[in-house]
Design a protein around this ligand. Sequence first.
Ligand code: GLA
Length: 333
Amino acid sequence: MNKRNFLKSLIAVSVLVTTGSISISSQAAETTKLGFLVKQPEEPWFQTEWAFADKAAKDLGDVQIIKMAIPDGEKTLNAIDNLAASGAKGFVICTPDPKLGPAIMAKARSYDLKVITVDDQFLNAAGEPMSNVPIIMMAATEIGERQGFELYKEMQKRGWNVNETAVLAITADELDTARRRTDGAISALIKAGFPEKQIYKSPTKSNDIPGALDAANAMLVQHPEVKNWLIVGMNDNTVLGGIRATEGQGFKAENVVGIGINGTDAVSELSKPKMTGFIGSLLPSPDVHGYRSTEMLYKWVKEGVEPPKYTPIGDPVLLTRENFKLELEKKGL
Ligand code: GLA
């Protein structure tokens, strides 16, 4: 081999080695890391979303879901820093406060992370929905209307005198999805013929059982004339808080009807040996929320497929004491 040919082959070998090492290192970096951040990890609703995000990751192949609890603004922004440091390419998020939307988006953009929201929509500085950020959420008004309709139906079934009955609506109007659910329930009750003047709204300070219990207690004491109560609330825990308040003030289960929303958070109540005022829950699709948001984020990151801006998920199933095990099983929950 002359000197020239020797040099040529040397270059060829080194190119091969270099390309080889490049492809080896890019293969090792193949695992796509995606964050899934939720505001209330203690709610079975969010645990279900996480479980189905993992299922999507498994089906998609080399994907790792980094699950993080973000109960407040500071933890949310820290979580995004940590995600970026760990090499994640994007995240799905249910924010602890919709008003954090602009700060979350600014931070995500600074790291070039893609964002899909789930359940609760971001609000901009003017308090308007940030409709440019993709969202997957329950069809809130429709599910609320179903809650109102089912409550009215149960009242009729029990043969209650409407004049002795009132609606206690525990509200959380600053959260748009919550406002739309309770407004939907109230409008369905009115449409069915329930007198508007007997519908009492009480805002809750926190979206959990203790907050709802306080809100309900405050309203119940103002209306000693009411014999039967229908309880409206944006999710299972809110309605459960209302139920606990009626029990605390001596109402019997036969004088109270509450129907929750989420389904996942109603299992222990519906399993109680003795019936309470909480007779059922509307189960939307936390499985679809968790699975589809993960799948959309993956396709966006890997293939550049932009997700739709708005994906509403409807068609809830009414869980009752009789059917809840079967219905949850049917959905693999
Ligand atoms: C909100 C509520 C949750 C659940 C989701 C569903 O985030 O806080 O309990 O109802 O909506 O979209």
